[in-house]
Ligand binder design. Sequence first.
Ligand code: CP
Ligand code: NVA
Length: 306
Amino acid sequence: MDSLKGRDLLSLADLSIDELNYLLDLAASLKSGMVKLKRNKVLGLLFSKASTRTRVSFTVAMYKLGGQVIDLNPNVTQVSRGEPLVDTARVLDRYLDILAIRTFEQKDLATFANYAKIPVINALTDDEHPCQVLADLMTVKECFGKLEGVTLTYLGDGNNMANSLMLGCAMTGMNVRIACPQDFQPNAEIVEKAKNIANGKTEVTVTADAEAAVKNAQVIYTDVWASMGQEEEAKIRIPLFKPYQVNEQLLKLADKNAIVLHCLPAHRDEEITDDVIEGSQSRVWDQAENRMHAQQALLASILESD
Ligand code: CP
Ligand code: NVA
């Protein structure tokens, strides 16, 4: 296993377990400066939702590899005026070497990948956020020296993060517990996929019981209660999600060496309290930094020699 040359990454499950581990190792080598790659390639960023970390970390990662980046803001392209995706995909395919897309529906990403021959990377959809989970796994490995056997509890909305974390944990031999309100559970197909990958060897649990899920866990993870596109539901969601807030009281139930992760941006004193995100167990800034290293590994691997 030495490259992902020419490949798409639409879901974390597009990677084999060997490929995922290879990327995590490559990211660690790039972080420690042991590997230097130079590629004069062009990455397009087609983002239909806001982004700080993903936009900047992809851009810097590409620059560090010696490549170029074009920000294809939908508002200044014909995308916002309704040019069909299948046309945009075939045209961008002629100019770019690789394209990262942030959009709403996973099926639009799949359509794009189908019509563009260049590699297409999922930079977040409503269903998944695989690039974030590459960085999350890298962070857990840095903190515990391993992934196998480590238990991660995710609290809050059964959203794109919950989905990709379930896959990533199952693929790397971690135990994963998702605690969310009954009506906000993660995608049932992805839960099934994660359970199949874990194959009874590790835990994949979905529960409404936040306290039981946190007990003895080593990684406590949360994300916003209303994702991009759900802003109008925020008022209804806040009271329903309150029992899933990551606060000092809940954190006491976790393993005493537990770390706290959040993909960011965070809503302080909604899904996570200020004292926890700023506290000694928080690793969110290392986690955010690792976006850049993990994506540099992904880009280097996909754009490997022609
Ligand atoms: N975590 C994450 O994807 O952040 P951005 O939305 O800022 O890119
Ligand atoms: N679940 C969040 C993640 C942001 C990085 C969203 O989709 O808005």
